[in-house]
Write a protein that binds this ligand. Structure first.
Ligand code: GBH
Length: 542
């Protein structure tokens, strides 16, 4: 064998191990629309680290993780996490490799305004996001900015946070500053990520910061102020910025699809009631024709409040003017969804185990999951793709076919690069999105959660959602693409789901990951070729 043949053989071998052997004959014809938007997402607290860099202020998540570490599964915090505050250039390269059009990230309010108020503006904080936005634009990636992904400045929490109407003008000031600074370059905004979590998980139960654990009252105050703050910001954008900046603005809601446990009328009613309490709480005021809270919430909470001895409904009411102000304040319907629950009423006449009063008791629905459904790295998340289809069709029906962007969808595991379960998850959930599109749902885009492994709130670092693996033990937080990154990149490139595409992890990538762990620095593409050559030479000698 001469040197040329040997090299050819080596090249073939490398080719075989580094790329997938696809079956060209079985490619499906179902396609996403040509103008479909593909994206990938992260959020500031989860990836940035640098929690007190420069003049950054304390957020409610800094406060929670530092003062109550026992509330986080591994007692961790996001003080350094994936270090995106320093590694934003590399993050953009990762986004690029996925062939997406959009990077959805959030801005940390206390990084820009350490006290929450306009009295102190951080130039360093501004510079960070400005650099990130410019770097994305350099590669034609559209920045999609979430104004609030749960990082309230702690000083505002001390005033009651979202339960204090003071939040409305203060949030508006913060948003105005962002439009002034970045609005020329940012063309898609969302005001608030997942109001349901902000309000019920922040104030109603001890789950997310600020962990009030005060059921039945403050979560509705939070929702009320949040809706008004959102609407004020959207009107400000539309009146003062949209004409010249030419962007879109909306909101992102979230829900796990509540599938009726059986075919009984009670279970079907429970399913519809759950949708109204989870999505309708914020969706009805913004997206429905008539505006205001869903009638079922108004009636049930008023009725129960009265029985419980309250003078007024625990659900505040809007004036007519406020109903008009809030209605129509989203250019698209942003929806985050990961899983499905089975629902049934909370016992006969709402006699189950919920605290009284509480949001859960007001809703009167019990949730469980089918143990047969495929699990994930998170106890709450099972892969049930039909839930995505049903959810998209429900939004279409309920709100007169709005343009929808799936702003988050994805799955967790416990780690590793060979994440074939995540590949299956994306393939099956995206098939459900296609089903809905083919049935007429106006789905404009899909954004995968998440770009990389990061701090997963109460679960700390015990659950991984990334398309890229992050080595949290390494000082440089080395990033490595998982198998799912390749699969997702191919879907984004081709607009087709290819179920046969199940690539292996490149040996070079594995070795790079090892190198990152050991700290050595040699050219591994070169090294692997050398090693293979040695192996071949050895084989030929036998
Ligand atoms: C999204 O929210 C967030 O926007 C994102 O930051 C987060 O990383 C991602 O999801 C993955 O969780 O059964 O009471 O334990 C979804 C929030 C938080 C929803 C955990 C389900 C568990 C509910 N998810 N929650 S519970």
């Amino acid at each position: 064998m001469n040197a040329t043949t040997l090299l050819a053989l080596i090249a073939t071998l490398l080719g075989l191990s580094c790329s997938n052997v696809g079956d060209a004959t079985t490619v499906t014809q179902r396609r996403f629309p040509n103008d479909f938007l593909w994206g990938v997402a992260s959020s500031s607290y989860q990836v940035e680290g640098a929690w007190d860099a420069d003049d950054k202020g304390e957020s409610i998540w800094d406060h929670l993780t530092h003062n109550f570490p026992e509330k986080i599964a591994d007692k961790s915090n996001a003080d350094t996490t994936s270090d995106s505050y320093h590694q934003w250039r590399q993050d953009v390269q990762m986004v690029r490799q996925l062939n997406v059009n959009i990077y959805r990230f959030s801005i940390a309010w206390p990084r820009i305004l350490p006290t929450g108020y306009m009295n102190h503006i951080s130039n360093k904080g501004i510079k960070y996001y400005s650099n990130l936005i410019d770097e994305l634009l350099r590669y034609n990636i559209t920045p999609m900015v979430t104004i609030y992904h749960w990082e309230l400045p702690q000083r505002l929490q001390e005033l009651g946070g979202w339960t204090n109407p003071e939040i409305i003008p203060v949030f508006k000031d913060y948003a105005r500053l962002l439009f002034e600074l970045f609005g020329g370059r940012v063309k898609i905004w969302t005001t608030i990520n997942e109001p349901w979590h902000v309000c019920e998980h922040g104030y109603g139960v001890d789950y997310m910061a600020p962990s009030y654990d005060y059921p039945g009252i403050p979560s509705y105050l939070c929702g009320h102020n949040l809706l008004k703050a959102h609407a004020e910001v959207v009107h400000m954008y539309r009146n003062e910025y949209q004409a010249k900046q030419r962007g879109k603005i909306g909101i992102t809601l979230d829900v796990s699809w509540p599938e009726a446990k059986t075919n009984s009328d009670e279970d079907k009613e429970a399913s519809e009631r759950a949708m109204q309490f989870y999505v309708g709480w914020f969706g009805h005021p913004i997206f429905s024709k008539r505006g205001n809270y869903p009638q079922v919430m108004i009636d049930r909470i008023a009725g129960m409040s009265k029985e419980q001895g309250f003078t007024r409904s625990r659900l505040p009411s809007f004036t007519l003017e406020e109903i008009h102000l809030i209605r129509g304040t989203s250019d698209f319907f942003g929806i985050n969804s990961y899983t499905t629950n089975l629902v049934t009423p909370n016992g006969h006449n709402n006699t189950g185990n919920f605290r009284i009063p509480s949001y859960n008791h007001d809703m009167g629905v019990v949730e469980e999951q089918d143990p047969e459904w495929p699990g994930s790295g998170s106890p709450w998340l099972k892969a049930v793709p039909f839930g995505m289809y049903k959810l998209l069709m429900w939004i279409k029906r309920e709100y007169n076919n709005p343009p929808i962007i799936v702003t988050e969808n994805g799955v967790s595991d416990k780690g590793g690069l060979e994440d074939y379960a995540r590949v299956d998850y994306y393939n099956s959930y995206l098939t459900s999105v296609l089903d809905a599109i083919e049935e007429g749902a106006n789905v404009k885009g899909y954004i995968a959660w998440s770009l990389m492994d990061s701090f997963e709130w109460k679960a700390g670092f015990t659950e991984k959602f990334g398309l890229y693996h992050v080595d949290f033990n390494h000082p440089d937080k080395i990033r490595t693409p998982k198998v799912s990154a390749k699969v997702f990149a191919k879907i984004c490139e081709t607009n087709v789901i290819d179920w046969h595409y199940r690539p292996q992890v490149d040996p070079i990538v594995i070795m790079n990951a090892r190198r990152s762990a050991s700290g050595a620095s040699i050219n591994l593409a070169c090294l692997s070729t050398v090693l293979l050559s040695l192996l071949l030479v050895n084989l030929m000698r036998r």
